[in-house]
Design a protein around this ligand. Structure first.
Ligand code: PLP
Length: 451
């Protein structure tokens, strides 16, 4: 039978069976996968093939910042498709020009040019390439507990277990520890101590590696998948100062933290420090069409004013993606979606998650800002032993996640953490109902806590 002749149930089976027969999935053993079939999505909800609706507390992979199927962005993509689906990157095009103008307008002064990519990893690749050519140096420093993408340089820079099976040598990459008070590498007990000692450790790393060999330091402004750890006040300012002292380019990776997630346009806006390069992707189009890029400082732009930039992509600044970006940013402005994210943080998630921490023994810490929160689940609050090992899962975590799904909530899960990262325009009542499901699921986790 061809697809048109099949009824609903058969169509579902066909989708699942063809997936299992022919789709090779990311980051997974292929043989044991049982992917959920999603039929539709709208706003903060996705619906599976059984008609069950889930409240999406993950924004998928933290990218549907304005929710699913926003009509204004869908229409902008349709209109652009009718007008001009595609054009090569060497031509100027209205959608691309407008997107670059809007994105540069959101970045700090002095970062005025945008190099467009297809997503986050290739943005990181190009930011590193620019930094290496600009400085004439090769090494790049990045922190443990970070994610920068799945391509070769980006995965080498990554400081999480996804790097391990992909690491064929350093490729000029050196890792260091960043600030994370709850699991401090520096025996710190206050944020001020953690900040000071993390900066001293970074400076020692620079000195030991040889400052004249280091092109760049790349940091997620607020590390995302690795645990949503907002840096203590003064840390990024200190990184800026070290970069200036040693002639190093600072790359701020805003792929996950950017485009309103933190209740500000960029997570950087929460701090008083300006990077040389900013990488972005995900929320810039709410993921409706893939787009990423690098926002370039005037000094690095000047390096390539008369010298060829040796890099490019067939689809750099693709008109469909750029039209989606323009509509997403304009919608976020007109509907005050960034402000809504800030309100969610102060009115719902800040107090609501603190309450869950008080009530549940398995919640060791909650941290975050805006619509960007992590719950650190532990088997023992005293020792802070995680409820699943670093890089792994556990029956206890699986039970908590199953309890969320059973009650219609899709959480974002990484090892021993649950992240609360919904669409920025989720309704206050919807957000509260998600927390209520989480509340019940955490009781399942409490049963695994040492008394
Ligand atoms: N950088 C950060 C901070 C990310 O969170 C991600 C993806 O999760 C990437 C880079 C890679 O982006 P992509 O998967 O679009 O290549």
């Amino acid at each position: 039978a061809n697809a048109e002749e099949l009824n609903g149930d058969d169509m579902t089976n066909r989708t699942y069976e063809l997936d299992r027969a022919h789709v090779f999935h990311s980051w997974s053993p292929q043989g044991s996968l049982t992917p959920m079939v999603i039929e539709s999505a709208e706003g903060s909800y996705v619906t599976d093939d059984q008609g069950q609706r889930f409240l999406d507390f993950s924004s998928q992979l933290v990218f549907t910042n304005i929710g699913h199927q926003h009509p204004r962005v869908v229409k902008a993509i349709q209109d652009q498709a009718a007008k001009l689906c595609t054009i090569a990157p060497q031509h100027a095009n209205a959608a691309r020009s407008e997107a670059a103008h809007l994105i540069a307008g959101l970045a700090p002064d002095g970062l005025e040019h945008v190099f467009f990519t297809n997503g986050g990893a290739d943005a990181v690749e190009h930011a590193v390439r620019m930094a290496r050519l600009h400085t004439g140096r090769r090494k790049v420093l990045s922190r443990y507990r970070s994610y920068h993408g799945g391509t070769q340089t980006a995965v080498n820079l990554t400081g999480d277990p996804r790097r391990w099976p992909n690491d064929y040598g350093a490729d000029g990459v050196v890792h260091f520890f960043g600030p994370f008070l709850y699991r401090s590498e520096f025996h710190a007990t206050t944020q001020a101590e953690e900040c000071e000692r993390a900066l001293a450790h970074l400076e020692r790393t620079i000195q030991m590696e040889g400052p004249s060999t280091i092109a760049a330091i790349i940091l997620e402004t607020i590390p995302g998948t690795a645990g949503i750890m907002p840096p203590p006040p003064g840390y990024l300012e200190g990184v800026r100062e070290l970069c200036d002292r040693y002639g190093i380019v600072w790359i701020a990776d805003e792929v996950m933290a950017g485009f309103g997630r933190t209740g500000t346009w960029f997570a950087l806006d929460l701090y008083d420090a300006k990077p040389d390069l900013i990488t972005f992707a995900k929320g810039v189009t709410s993921g409706y069409v893939p787009l990423g890029g690098v926002i370039v400082s005037d000094a690095i732009y000047a390096t390539f004013a008369d010298r060829v930039y040796p890099g490019g992509l067939t689809y750099s600044g693709h008109p469909l993606a750029c039209a989606a970006a323009v509509a997403t940013i304009e919608t976020m402005k007109d509907e005050q979606i960034v402000e809504q994210a800030a309100t969610l943080g102060t009115e719902v998630f800040g107090p609501g998650l603190a309450e869950l921490q008080e009530r549940h023994a398995c919640v060791g810490e909650v941290r975050g800002v805006g619509a960007f929160w992590a719950l650190e689940l532990v088997a023992d609050r005293e020792t802070r032993e995680p409820l699943a090992p670093y890089g792994g899962s556990s029956p206890a975590m699986n039970e908590v996640v199953a309890a969320c799904k059973k009650n219609g909530l899709l959480p974002f899960v990484n090892y021993n953490r649950i992240h609360v990262v919904p669409a920025l325009n989720i309704g206050i009542d919807e957000a509260r109902s998600g927390l209520a499901v989480l509340d019940e699921a955490l009781s399942v986790g409490d049963a695994h806590v040492a008394r």
